[in-house]
Write a protein that binds this ligand. Structure first.
Ligand SMILES: [Mn+2]
Length: 290
């Protein structure tokens, strides 16, 4: 590693230079080929890394600092533009390698479809897996304009794979009636509008379980995160999202992987979205990797 690498913005602040020796691997999934509204999340991972230079490495919430968790920043997975199927296959193969090496997968999106191959791979390792999902949108469509590989479908695919009753969605305030009906009919845990309070209620029942957590940045109100593909008014504050991350870290849930997706820096010249995302990454890292 070059002596200046940790501060060059090429890697997330505080990352460890050695893969072999690291417990966690951060990787970008710079894909936005299926975004139905505003593309741009392919640039999310890079910008989240760049602005991380402005972060403190210490978390006063958790009284822990990044040096206490060995994480390697692998950069972005090279994905073929415009080809969601091959991109998904490449992501899945990469995650399988990470898991075989005993690493904790920590992904940065990219559109939300990238979570699907990751969760698929994680589920192979943890058949008892539950998924916690923070989002403005249900993401429960079976297809979008006839296309099943869409950023509006990943949670449906996950729910069908691991069973709907093992999927816990929070903050949902947008989707088709059919999606909400499907969630209810199939026993998915879908909390409309609210995040922290319903989350606290379900954490005890997830105690001891391996859990994958996927955060779509648009669970935040557009006032806090305008830099995303599909903004949706009526979201939570960044303070509530941090408290939710900390509620998970304070519980007996065993987080086995996570991601933060849909940051599209171009729609936010204030850069608060990327800056917020980088702080969320720090708290997820320090809170969830024990
Ligand atoms: Mn989503």
């Amino acid at each position: 590693m070059r002596f200046d690498e940790a501060y060059s913005g090429n890697v997330f602040i505080g990352s460890h230079p050695d893969y072999e020796d690291s417990r966690v691997v951060i990787y970008g999934m710079p894909m936005d080929w299926t975004s139905s509204y505003r593309p741009g999340s392919r640039f999310g991972p890079k910008r989240i890394r760049e602005v991380s230079i402005g972060l403190e490495e210490y978390s006063p919430y958790l009284d822990r600092e990044l040096a206490e968790v060995k994480f390697f920043d692998a950069g972005d997975i090279p994905l073929p533009f415009g080809n969601p199927q091959r991109s998904i296959d490449l992501i899945e193969a990469y995650i399988q390698t990470l898991l075989k090496d005993g690493k904790f997968p920590f992904g940065l999106g990219g559109e939300h479809l990238v979570s699907w191959p990751v969760i698929k791979a994680v589920y192979q390792k943890y058949p008892d897996l539950a998924v916690i999902h923070f989002d403005a949108h249900t993401d429960l469509r079976t297809e979008y304009e006839g296309e099943p590989l869409s950023h509006s479908t990943p949670i449906r695919k996950v729910a069908e794979l691991i069973q709907p009753k093992h999927v816990y969605s929070f903050g949902i305030r947008s989707g088709m009636k059919e999606e909400f009906d499907w969630a209810e009919k199939n026993g998915m845990h879908l909390s409309k509008f609210e995040v922290l309070e319903p989350l606290k209620k379900v954490l005890p029942e997830l105690a001891g379980r391996p859990v994958y957590v996927t955060i779509d940045i648009d669970v935040l109100d557009p006032a806090f995160a305008p830099g995303t593909g599909t903004v949706d008014a009526g979201g939570i504050t960044s303070k509530e999202l941090l408290a939710s991350i900390h509620a998970i870290s304070g519980s007996d849930v065993q987080v086995v992987g996570c991601d933060l997706v849909e940051v599209a820096p171009i729609y936010d010249h204030s850069e608060q979205t990327a800056n917020t995302a980088s702080k969320l990454v720090r708290e997820m890292m320090l809170g969830w990797v024990k």
